[in-house]
Design a protein around this ligand. Structure first.
Ligand SMILES: C[S@@+](CC[C@H](N)C(=O)[O-])C[C@H]1O[C@@H](n2cnc3c(N)ncnc32)[C@H](O)[C@@H]1O
Length: 363
């Protein structure tokens, strides 16, 4: 093993050019990347609000490039290093706006990255188009990609569904831009960074596509939003940033955070249910042949047969096929559909019995 040890990068902010610094890292060492690169906005002149006051947009030197040739070269170089340090099944999120996202997507596809989704970050409180010369630009785009088409990437589907009021999460996320207490301010009360991202955006990224203990890399760390959310949710981080002032504020921010591994960040919902056949529940007296199973409101009932099937008066079927039949659909999960009376005559889900079995019998 070379001296390119990963340990020295864990939970550190590295001051320097991310391309040169990532070159020093061991290959296939990170689980997730979030990259918020310079957008090459090409804004010139000062923006004024309708009341005449000045608006501080992105005028930073780090966002300046000679032309698209230079920008594309820079993009290709940092993406090449990202790809090298990503584990085989890692994934990467890149964020951009109309100025750069098409270039990023084109370059990434040419480099062999596989796009899983393009997510729209829709901003309910976006900056207005002060001059009324175009539509208000109220979204940014995130590309979520793997290194190759066959990567077995992490996607915490059930957790994201739970966070979305039990509906499948969509590729449009409504999240306000970073304001108020979340926005880092310097000693004079000015914002530290022109493009600090909201923590909720990083929360969605990190919770959906990483596990506790994973290493999350951000090549353009800025104020450390990625590190802050990674730390808060029990992941590790490594950030690269050229600007020492941003690093100073990011470090202060990170030092204040205590990780909390709750059911969401700990991915409790993603744990696969125990594999328990109905016959085992019969054998160990959790249910018995002839006993009734119901749907939740008890408007339908079936009877358990000796071989672990259920009968609706017409035929014997598995709990899955029977629940689908009763619902008039093709497939359904019978464990979630059926309820059963326990010894205290309370209705409990059939599903809860297989967890009980696993706890009590199959330790
Ligand atoms: C769009 S901002 C990222 C903001 C960050 N996501 C946040 O929430 O604060 C891009 C950052 O990349 C940094 N940067 C630009 N080029 C860089 C490079 N080659 N290596 C390291 N950092 C760089 C800039 O200083 C800037 O802070």
């Amino acid at each position: 093993m070379s001296n390119k040890n990963i340990d020295k990068y864990i939970n550190k902010i590295i001051n320097g050019n991310c391309i040169e610094e990532m070159e020093k890292m061991p290959e296939e060492s990170v689980d997730l990347i979030f990259a918020d690169p310079p957008y090459f906005m090409q804004t010139d002149g000062i923006l004024h609000r309708t009341d005449g006051t000045k608006f501080a947009g992105v005028e930073d030197s780090w966002d300046k490039f000679e032309d698209y040739v230079e920008y594309d070269k820079f993009t290709t170089e940092w993406l090449k290093e990202c790809k090298r340090v990503m584990k085989k099944d890692a994934s990467i999120w890149v964020i951009g706006s109309f100025q750069n996202i098409y270039r990023l997507g084109y370059i990434m596809q040419n480099m062999g990255f596989w796009i899983l989704n393009d997510v729209i970050w829709s901003k309910p409180n976006a900056v207005p188009n002060f001059g009324g010369t175009r539509f208000q630009n109220s979204h940014e785009t995130l590309l979520w990609c793997t290194k190759s088409k066959n990567a077995k990437y992490t996607f915490n589907y059930k957790t994201m569904k739970f966070l979305n009021n039990d509906k499948q999460e969509k590729s449009v996320w409504n999240i306000g831009i970073c304001i108020g207490n979340e926005r880092l301010k310097d000693e004079e009360g000015n914002k530290v960074h022109s493009t600090q991202k909201p923590e909720k955006l990083l929360y969605n990224v990190i919770i959906s596509s990483s596990k506790p203990g994973d290493l999350v890399l951000d090549p353009f760390f800025g104020t450390g939003t990625t590190g802050a959310v990674a730390k808060a949710t029990g992941r590790n981080y490594v950030g690269f940033e050229m600007n020492e002032n941003y690093i100073k504020h990011a470090q202060k921010r990170l030092d204040k955070i205590e990780p909390i591994i709750d059911d969401i960040s700990g991915l409790k919902l993603e744990v696969k249910p125990p594999k328990v056949p109905m016959t085992k529940l019969i054998e160990f007296n959790y249910i018995h042949p002839g006993q009734k199973l119901y749907n939740k409101d008890k408007s339908r009932e079936v009877v358990i047969t000796a071989n672990g099937y259920v009968n609706d008066g017409e035929e014997d079927l598995s709990i899955h096929k029977m629940s689908a039949k009763l619902l008039g659909i093709t497939n359904n999960n019978g464990w979630d559909y059926f309820w059963v009376e326990n010894n205290n005559k309370e209705l409990v889900t059939l599903d809860s019995l297989r967890y009980k079995y696993q706890e009590e019998v199959k330790l």
